[in-house]
Design a protein around this ligand. Structure first.
Ligand code: IPM
Ligand code: MN
Length: 352
């Protein structure tokens, strides 16, 4: 009997629904070709739903999301809603609730895609960032006193647990081994200043490393990682880092791989329910225009299939995307592709 997967879909805000529709188009085609089936359940969550109902992410939605095999998310963020409400209330809540402790962000420059880095090509830009996804500055620890007065105090603390750090590092070593490229894992930290948090990270890293003698270990401060990423991106194979640094360096990384139209990621709980998303956000100014690039959303679907165990279908999607980027699209930026959002989805589907 062929395998069946229940996929929860949260199209979300802005251009989320447009790009998710193309991802689903490609997923359906891949499922038919590789003989598995996907049942999609849509959830109406996001800025519009919040404005209309006051509801952000109700418990009943969490209960039913918990029954799915994976979550496919478009974008969260609405220009009329105060920053933080939807991001914390939906996106971060889902990451924490489902304990998706790894944020996986492949950074690969495909042929035919422009990078702003001079003299660098696809052979130089091919690495993966593994960002811790449930702790650090994102844990929400802290508070403020005397807000709005001259005596105001604001404290926001980075929480790093040995367990949380170690499981992320272990995932990174395993990933690096499975990827089987340069077999080099770089810890990105700030041991020269954040002498408590990154002392813990460094000790956990060095201890786990002993179990992986086949992996070369490497360390760089986060500021140096930014420098190397621009100067010598070919150095990197897999990078592991904390939540905040991971957030920052993956935007830089997205730019050198061609921009937000391409960049995708997974929020992974290896023993639970993972969630996959294009990392570009809701892009309100492009909403409804059919000019946004759906490749990032299609690649998020690709990472989803790879993670749930449909590697053949996943690699077929990647090949189709490679072909479309190389032979068809004029540019990856919104409005410059030479095709509409739907047409790009059709092109990838036809090439499967
Ligand atoms: C990301 C985003 C989120 C984050 C925001 C929207 C909360 O920037 O996925 O990188 O900071 O993690
Ligand atoms: Mn980010």
């Amino acid at each position: 009997m062929s395998k069946e997967y229940n996929i929860s879909v949260i199209p979300g805000d802005g251009t989320g629904p447009e790009v998710v529709a193309e991802g689903i188009k490609v997923l359906k085609k891949a499922a038919a070709k590789y003989d598995f089936s996907l049942n999609f359940t849509h959830y109406n969550l996001g800025g519009e739903h919040y404005k209309a109902t006051g509801e952000i992410l109700p418990d009943k939605a969490l209960e039913s999301l918990a029954l799915s095999d994976a979550i496919y998310l478009g974008a969260i963020g609405h220009p009329d809603v105060k920053p933080g409400i939807l991001e914390k209330g939906i996106l971060l809540k889902l990451r924490f609730y489902f304990d998706q402790y790894v944020n996986l962000r492949p950074v690969k420059l495909y042929e035919g895609v422009n990078t702003p880095l001079k003299n660098k090509g696809p052979e130089d830009i091919d690495f993966v960032v593994i960002r811790e996804n449930t702790e650090g500055l994102y844990a929400g620890a802290g508070g403020c006193l005397k807000r709005g007065t001259l005596d105001e105090v604001a404290v926001q603390e980075s929480i790093n647990t040995r367990k949380g750090v170690e499981r992320c590092i272990r995932y990174a070593f395993e990933y690096c081994r499975k990827r089987d490229k340069a077999k080099r894992l770089t810890l990105c930290g700030k041991t020269n200043v954040l002498t408590f948090a990154f002392d813990l990270w460094e000790r956990a890293f060095n201890e786990v490393a002993k179990e992986y003698p086949d992996i070369e270990t490497d360390y760089a401060h986060v500021d140096a990682v930014c420098m190397w990423m621009v100067k010598n991106p070919e150095w990197f194979d897999v990078i592991v880092t904390d939540n905040m640094f991971g957030d920052i360096i993956t935007d830089l990384a997205a730019m050198i791989q061609g921009g937000m139209g391409i960049a995708a990621g997974g929020n992974i709980n290896p023993d639970g329910i993972s969630m996959f998303e294009p990392i570009g956000g809701s892009a309100p100014k492009y909403t409804g225009k059919q000019i946004i690039n759906p490749i990032a959303a299609i690649m998020a679907a690709q990472i989803m299939l790879d993670t749930i165990g449909e590697q053949k279908a996943a690699s077929c999607i990647e090949k189709a995307v490679i072909k479309v980027l190389r032979d068809d699209l004029k540019d990856v930026a919104a409005g410059k592709m030479g095709y509409t959002t739907q047409e790009v989805g059709d092109l990838v589907s036809e090439n499967l």
